[in-house]
Design a binder for this molecule. Structure first.
Ligand SMILES: Nc1ncnc2c1ncn2[C@@H]1O[C@H](COP(=O)(O)OP(=O)(O)OP(=O)(O)O)[C@@H](O)[C@H]1O
Length: 257
């Protein structure tokens, strides 16, 4: 295999059984450099479980992931140096301002202090958290969307080559979402690889060039957006694959009274 054949990020047969519930069943996915992959699936399909295993937050029963060819579970320090992660329900040290949090994060990562200071300033400005910073707002006082943004800033701070973002647009206002889309596109144009999970099909169609549909712990289809959706909409392909639940006659009839 030449280095050109090695994807920037690869999920390789990741499997997790939660007491008899197979949350991820040999989930495999190759994410090329310079691409943005959307991971979509219904609630409980196994997206968060798969991504958590892929980035080193949850130990798989079997399988592994590779960041630029480095086995994340065998060489976690090397693999994670090139990886930026926005996990689901990120727990942040909260009694710090955004700048203090990023400084702490960057120094923990071993980055030089002046570089941390420059990037912190830039990230807070681009993500429009600088006003809160000037007012001394602590992360514990941040709104849900602001927490998402500071989480994203921690993921970007060390200039990773692979970004894995679980529901990055959730609770983010439209102006910030536009900024975020621009940041991700710039990152991809520079050769970065991104995986996002999302429930918003229109967003995935607008932003991503590749898509994987996951259902009941399995990757059901993946490929370029055009390969996956053909001439149909992504939403139709998604619903056809994962199965539409018909509303039963009389369901929640009390709501209509
Ligand atoms: N820690 C856990 N213990 C037991 N079961 C779990 C645990 N985490 C997830 N599960 C189960 O594994 C399955 C996959 O969950 P997961 O959170 O990965 O789905 P998801 O696709 O991210 O869902 P959503 O779109 O609702 O966020 C679900 O049935 C869930 O109940």
């Amino acid at each position: 295999m030449t280095t050109d054949d090695i994807p920037a990020f690869e999920l390789a047969a990741l499997t997790k059984d939660f007491s008899g519930k197979l949350a991820a069943d040999r989930v495999s996915l190759r994410v090329p450099a310079g691409s943005l992959t959307g991971l979509v699936g219904p609630n409980g399909a196994g997206k968060t479980t798969s991504l958590a295993m892929a980035v080193g937050l949850l130990r798989p029963d079997s399988g592994t992931s590779y960041v630029q060819g480095v086995d994340l579970w065998k060489q976690p320090d090397r693999a994670k140096a090139a990886l930026g992660v926005l996990p689901d329900g990120l727990a942040l040290p909260e009694r710090l301002t955004g700048a203090e949090l990023l400084t702490y994060w960057g120094l923990l990562r071993g980055m030089p202090a002046p570089e941390v200071a420059d990037r912190t300033r830039e990230l807070l400005a681009v993500l429009e958290l600088d006003d809160a910073e000037r007012r001394g707002v602590l992360v514990i006082e941040y709104s849900t969307g602001m927490r998402k943004k500071i989480g994203l800033a921690t993921a970007l701070l060390h200039a990773p080559r692979v970004l894995v973002l679980d529901e990055p647009f959730e609770a983010v206002d439209p102006v910030s979402a536009r900024v975020l889309r621009r940041i991700l596109r710039t990152f991809v144009v520079g050769g970065g690889a991104v995986v996002i999970s999302s429930h918003v099909m229109s967003l995935v169609e607008d932003l991503c060039d590749r898509v994987a549909i996951i259902g009941a712990g399995k990757v059901m289809v993946d490929g370029t957006l055009d390969e996956v959706r053909g001439t149909d909409s992504l939403e139709n392909v998604f619903v056809n694959l994962v199965g539409e639940r018909d509303a039963e006659a009389g369901e929640l009839s009390w709501l209509a009274t």
